[in-house]
Design a protein around this ligand. Sequence first.
Ligand code: KIV
Length: 269
Amino acid sequence: MSLYAEPPKSLSINDLASMKQAGEKISCLTAYDASFASLLDQAGIDVLLVGDSLGMVIQGHSSTLPVTIQDMVYHTRNVTAARKRAYVIADLPFASYASPEQALLNAAQLMQLAGAQMVKLEGAKFDVIRFLVEQGIPVCGHLGLLPQSVNQLGGYRVQGREPEQAGQILNDALAIEQAGARLLLLECVPALLAAQISQALTIPVIGIGAGVDCDGQVLVLYDMLNISMGKRPRFSKNFMAEANSIEDAILSYLNAVKNRQFPAAEQAY
Ligand code: KIV
């Protein structure tokens, strides 16, 4: 039996844009399966991100690189089967969008076979974004720390501390909006830079390790439930520490995001 009094209205990209305009923070968590997707949806989380972080938290790899498009289709289908209200974004995995044509084939799988409403891709791939948008595919950009480029970056580090790199990230963010992206995820950048970018862009900016002034926040679900293997990143928080149940922890995250209590200074750079 559903816990909903009546079926909730499914959120659209326009609803997320209106939230930014109204100053309402957008809550987002990663989801990889139907049971958690249903819990998050019923708690009122606005956006479910089927992240390629599943390579680490579900598959046990040390990076997101081994994740395939088949993995993403499988997990995205599980999430969309359970969600009623939340907006669902699916990651294009490593090396699945090297050209606009390859990106289209893979994004189409995430949307047609798995029901994603938007795809996310990492980096300053303006041509790919423009092409996908022309084909009617909503795109979320991803700047700052790019986990799919970890071997090139030499580790998971804060990006944009130096003025030159900060300027580059700001310019890339503006160009991603110009290319037609409808959302931007900023990962592990100084809070001041993220605030500047969130102000400069008309599209919503979702932060992870990017301070409280982004238009919304995302965390890896297993990190905030404290069930990930290994060390929790500094920008995350164990919401189970003061909760009696998983539902409590999710609601406490939702409230903390909406009320600007998360992230606090200790979770920002
Ligand atoms: O794959 C993922 O979970 C992400 C995080 C930055 C939220 O992209």
